[in-house]
Design a protein around this ligand. Structure first.
Ligand code: SF4
Ligand code: MSK
Length: 632
């Protein structure tokens, strides 16, 4: 494995130089063209919620206008902007989840949508109180469960069903704080309503409602997205893959799957193995069809099929600049609008497939779940035929890739733990007890979830890699999702050999359990797997989540989804360290509420720290304080 800190930089450097030679623009050019970003926007004090505005108030008290035309002050404006980001993020995760459940509603024994983890489906059906969940005919149960899940988005009464997975203490806090999320769509609608001109201006109330909507994401939409994807496509198991742009193969038809929703990606993977299409590829001089992943669609298919990871968010343009991509197939979220124009500078087809992410300048082939296989066949055929148009003189693929192990669902982690169960200690199979025991014994000091995007405000991947390396060195086990997972993968941290970078305790655990010290738990919606895992540890030990030596970290986040994730992680009781400062500093009151005040409500806070090394020091103090309080 690589000990170089950032091989990805070398990858980027080579391709940025190529972009300049090819006369194409990248995100770095556009970042430079932005010059200094707007100070009011950066501070969160610009409001354009109504047409009396835009209003911008002074981020510095006592200097300039202190109120918008309606009288909203900096606190109100900043808080409204922040919780609207939560609503945007929660809507993206949850709408993605709804599409998964609709696909499950179409599932049949003939496929292509089939029940692939029947045991999980029956477990969740029983958890949700469906009668005869263990005996009902498979597809009758699948359709009944799918309808129940669809109701979670819009049911008129009641709260999210998965909340009961949390420790009772946490559920009590949510009840006390009136934070139990009702229907997912209702929580998002309520935020949009509350932040309309002339509604809420109280920052505590705004944040409370924002957190409730975020919990509707984490314990609602995202958890449904994760669990129902597992039922439909299989619960991930540890599997080998490779990561970085070097997985693009100059001799193959290369297809990049980019976005978030596995419905399309799953059938594209099937179509890429179609003998007719393979034959067509060979007839055009290619050795085969190479499907590679990017961002979270990539994570979904890596976790379930070992599909190689081409890269994370910042590499979406770089992949096209290799000149060796026949098609970029996108579904939803995190797709640069710049891609179609870039693709046209090469021979690459940029294929968008969802009305939700119709991108100007694209080749649009709408994906329909009801005709999934034909649709995927058509898209892959278009990609294969495009191989004939490749210009060999434009091909330059950086020779960097690292072995990667992905696929650590909660079930897979428990399977690994079961292999080291100590019957003398009365360990039971199928629990997280061995993990909680090594944390309580101090062999591992704690656990961290490192998640989120890339952001050109900071050197790409540097925050992720630094935080992860420094934590495992200090015997903190790390779980990763999203683009953070791919950052770790690209420098070889998702391997068994990475144990050599760990402290003694974590190294020993990795050896005994046969796992990497950094566990790839999936895509952005799969942050819900982290909630599930942490909850199980808390329930096992009879404590609340906020008592555990556990931290959340998003060193390079950029999206509204990340704001929603950070908020539900904090609302679940986990201190969350943000390496990019949210646009809130224009209000001292709201900043203090996030950094300290909210602790009184949910037992956790948002910590802002740009320097990854300092962030890790703070996380370790946090973890050790939790240990002391627990008396362990
Ligand atoms: Fe200005 Fe108030 Fe309208 Fe915002 S809601 S744009 S602060 S008048
Ligand atoms: S893809 S939300 S850039 S993690 Fe989930 Fe990556 Fe962030 Fe998109």
């Amino acid at each position: 494995m690589s000990n170089e800190l950032l091989k990805s930089d070398v990858t980027a450097e080579a391709l940025i130089a190529k972009a300049q030679r090819d006369g194409v623009e990248t995100m770095w050019d556009r970042k430079a063209a932005q010059k200094t970003q707007c100070g009011f926007g950066e501070a969160g004090v610009c409001c354009r919620i109504c047409a009396m505005g835009p209003c911008r108030v002074s981020p510095v008290p006592g200097k300039g206008a202190e109120r918008g035309i309606c009288g909203a002050n900096a606190g109100t404006i900043v808080a409204r902007n922040f919780v609207r980001m939560i609503a945007g993020g929660a809507s993206a995760h949850s709408d993605h989840a709804r599409d998964i459940v609709h696909a499950m509603h179409l599932a049949s024994a003939e496929g292509p949508f089939k029940i692939r983890d029947e045991a999980k489906m029956r477990r969740i059906a029983a958890e949700w109180g469906i009668e005869a969940a263990d005996t009902k005919e498979t597809y009758a149960l699948a359709h009944e469960l799918a309808e129940m899940a669809l109701e979670e988005f819009g049911k008129p009464f009641g709260t999210q069903r998965f909340l009961t997975r949390a420790p009772q203490q946490r559920q009590d806090i949510w009840k006390r704080e009136r934070m139990e999320p009702r229907a997912i769509d209702q929580e998002i609608t309520t935020i949009m309503h509350s932040t309309h001109i002339g509604c809420a201006s109280d920052i505590d109330s705004l944040l409370n409602r924002g957190m409730r909507a975020s919990l509707g994401d984490g314990w609602g939409g995202s958890m449904i997205g994760t669990e129902f994807s597992d039922i439909l496509y299989g619960t991930p198991k540890a599997c080998a893959s490779e990561s970085n742009l070097g997985v693009i193969d100059a001799e193959m038809v290369n297809i990049v799957l980019h976005g978030h929703d596995p419905n399309l990606a799953e059938v594209v993977v099937v179509a890429s193995k179609n003998p007719e299409l393979l034959e067509l590829a060979k007839s055009l001089g290619a050795k085969g069809i190479n499907v590679v992943g990017m961002c979270c669609t990539g994570n979904e298919v890596t976790m379930r099929h070992g599909i190689k990871i081409a890269g994370n968010f910042y590499q979406q343009e770089l992949a096209i600049i290799t000149g060796a991509i026949e098609a970029v197939i996108v579904d939803v979220q995190c797709i640069f609008p710049a891609l179609p124009a870039l693709a046209k500078k090469y021979h690459t087809h940029f294929v968008s497939t969802s009305q939700k992410a119709k991108i100007a300048g694209d080749m649009y082939i709408e994906f329909s779940e009801s005709d999934a296989l034909n649709c995927a066949y058509g898209i892959v055929k278009t990609a294969v035929e495009n191989f004939a148009n490749r210009d060999a003189s434009k091909v330059e693929i950086p020779n960097f890739k690292e072995p990667t192990i992905a696929g650590y669902s909660v079930e897979t982690i428990i399977d690994h733990l079961d292999k080291v169960v100590n019957s003398q200690l009365e360990d039971k199979l199928g629990t997280v007890k061995p993990l909680s025991d090594v944390i309580y014994a101090g062999v591992i000091r704690g656990a961290a979830g490192v998640v989120g995007c890339n952001n050109p405000k900071t050197e790409h991947d540097l925050g992720h890699v630094t935080v992860i390396k420094e934590l495992i060195k200090r015997d903190v086990i790390v779980v990763v999702t999203g683009c953070a997972a791919q950052a770790a993968a690209k420098v070889g941290l998702l391997t068994l050999e990475a144990k050599e970078l760990c402290g003694r305790g974590l190294k020993e655990v990795c050896e005994r359990v046969n796992i990497p010290p950094v566990l790839h738990m999936g895509s952005c919606v799969d942050c819900s797997r982290i909630l599930d895992l942490v909850s199980r540890v808390a329930v096992e030990k009879g404590v609340d989540i906020c008592d555990l030596p556990v931290v959340g970290s998003a060193p390079e986040w950029m999206s509204e989804k990340a704001v929603s994730i950070a908020s539900y992680v904090v609302a679940s009781g986990i201190n969350t360290y943000l390496g990019i400062i949210p646009q809130v500093l224009g209000s001292v009151e709201f900043t203090e509420l996030l950094n300290e005040g909210v602790r009184a409500n949910v037992g956790a806070v948002y910590v802002f720290e740009k320097d990854p090394l300092v962030a890790v020091e703070k996380m370790m103090v946090d973890i050790e304080e939790k240990r002391t309080a627990l008396g362990i």
